[in-house]
Design a protein around this ligand. Structure first.
Ligand SMILES: [Zn+2]
Length: 112
């Protein structure tokens, strides 16, 4: 599949209904800009800038539902931490959140 801003928003809303995302109090979609790029160097990115959350997914790297879902989940872990200075890090806290996602979804935590 080819991701679009609409499908990313739909997948985001789905994930927000499932543990652990459900309890994370993540931003409303009105505050999120979902962007699809042709970026060759990364699957996705998350940035918080001027009170707007920007989630970018590369259609050059993500063409399967599973890849898009895992990449979106990864960026949502960064988003959970947007108020903290280490929001962009893959540190112990990030890995703990990733493990909680992986445990719920049956993903490999090292892949998230
Ligand atoms: Zn990351």
């Amino acid at each position: 599949m080819t991701p679009s801003a609409k499908t990313l928003e739909a997948m985001y809303l789905m994930l927000c209904q499932i543990k652990p995302f459900k309890s994370w109090n993540l931003p409303n979609t009105a505050c999120i800009n979902f962007v699809v790029t042709d970026e060759e160097d990364s699957y996705g990115t998350y940035v918080f800038d001027d009170d707007i959350h920007i989630i970018t997914i590369s259609k050059a790297k993500c063409s399967h539902f599973e890849t898009i879902l895992k990449t979106l989940a990864h960026e949502m872990i960064h988003m959970k931490r947007y108020k903290h200075k280490a929001w962009d890090q893959h540190d112990a806290t990030f890995r703990r959140y990733a493990k909680s996602v992986a445990d719920e979804f049956g993903f490999d935590p090292l892949e998230l």
